[in-house]
Design a protein around this ligand. Structure first.
Ligand code: KG4
Ligand code: ZN
Length: 341
């Protein structure tokens, strides 16, 4: 089947065309530069940009896939969670297209879609996915940190999540304390590479807590106090690199150790990861190392599919369509607070 998917839950406007588990086109227009000067995503600006970019992005995806609107057999969009006024743009546009073409419409949970992004590649996404169920999946982005047990196709259970800041938020907020540009995650990644991770000792929050939950606000606070007590450090580029490496090591250690522990406890043989923070090279490296050591298969989303994209929305929508999951009526509304069950 051929399906068009739209994603506008935050600051990426994206459209994808999916056919039989293969992504024919996945066009993403990022607003990162626009929001950078405000130090975070401004919902009204995001919505206006989505309005401006959605049609060209969708047209580009259809052109790249060489698919005409009349060939579409279903239309999908992110229903939640996300910024309400941003979600509205893609969701209502997709509903309108489905209505005009008289085709089924699917509202998709953004986080559930992240569970499928590691499986998107050259082959039909479902082919590999089915081989590696059950798996434990880490979703780490600017807004979320989730550990999910994916037991089988379309079946999952949230094992844990953050009780305060998300991992990406911790990268961004500690980077801001160091005077780095937003989003600071990629900057810290780059600066940390030549840095010395054990240079400064920061807490590993909830590392030994028996739950699968995370907490990053205490780490952020300890970086704040550390910088307050050593202000001259920020004038020394070598020390800033060490600071980045030390903060990054603390975040990565917690994410990796808790993910591996959950995978071993749940008896799965595969671990996956997606979300913007999965672009982090230290996280990718440490997950690889830990999975290898523990005999686990690791499936990381490709970097361009870690951040928000419509391809993952389309892949999941197609699976739902084929599994005959109930289709929401055209009257269905966005669900900005729709957490994964
Ligand atoms: O998934 P995403 O694009 O958007 C949502 O938050 O939903 O993730 C963005 C987050 C930001 O916090 C950003 O700093 C972080 O992902 N990020 C990184 C890296 N690339 C993006 N964090 C650490 N290292 C990176 N290389
Ligand atoms: Zn996301």
């Amino acid at each position: 089947m051929i399906l068009l998917a739209l994603e506008t839950s935050c600051d990426e406007t994206s459209a994808a065309v999916v056919r039989d588990g293969i992504v024919l086109a996945n066009v993403v227009s990022s607003q990162i530069k626009l929001h950078a000067e405000y130090g975070g995503v401004v919902p009204e600006l995001a919505a206006r940009e989505h309005l401006k970019n959605l049609l060209p992005v969708a047209q580009a995806a259809l052109a790249e896939a060489a698919v005409s609107p009349q060939q579409l057999e279903a239309v999908a969009a992110t229903q939640g969670p996300g910024l309400g006024i941003a979600l509205l743009i893609g969701f209502k546009a997709a509903q309108s297209v489905a209505f005009a073409l008289n085709k089924p419409f699917l509202g998709i949970n953004h986080h559930e879609a992240h569970l499928y992004s590691p499986w998107i590649g050259g082959r039909p996404a479902a082919a590999d996915f089915e081989k590696f169920q059950p798996n434990v999946s880490l979703i780490v982005s600017g807004g979320h940190t989730l550990l999910v047990l994916v037991s089988s196709e379309l079946k999952h259970r949230v094992l844990g999540g953050t009780i305060d800041d998300a991992a990406g938020e911790c990268f961004d907020k500690t980077g801001k304390l160091m005077g780095l540009a937003y989003p600071a995650g990629p900057v810290i990644d780059r600066l940390a590479e030549p840095g010395n991770p054990p240079a400064y000792d920061f807490p590993r929050p909830l590392l030994h807590d028996p739950t699968d939950d995370f907490s990053f606000s205490g780490l952020k606070t300890s970086v704040r106090y550390f910088i307050r007590d050593h202000p001259a450090l920020l004038d020394d580029p070598r020390k800033v690199r060490d600071l980045c490496a030390s903060v990054q090591a603390a975040i990565v250690e917690v994410l990796v150790k808790k993910t591996i522990r959950a995978a071993k406890r749940e008896g799965v043989r595969c671990v996956t990861a997606s979300g913007g923070v999965t672009c982090n090279r230290a996280l990718r490296h440490e997950l690889e190392r830990a999975c290898k050591k523990n005999g686990l298969v690791l499936r990381l989303a490709e970097k361009h599919l870690c951040t928000d994209n419509a391809a993952m929305i389309g892949i999941l929508a197609e699976r739902k369509f084929l599994a005959n999951s109930p289709l929401p009526a055209l009257a269905e509304e966005i669900r900005p607070g729709w957490e994964l069950a």
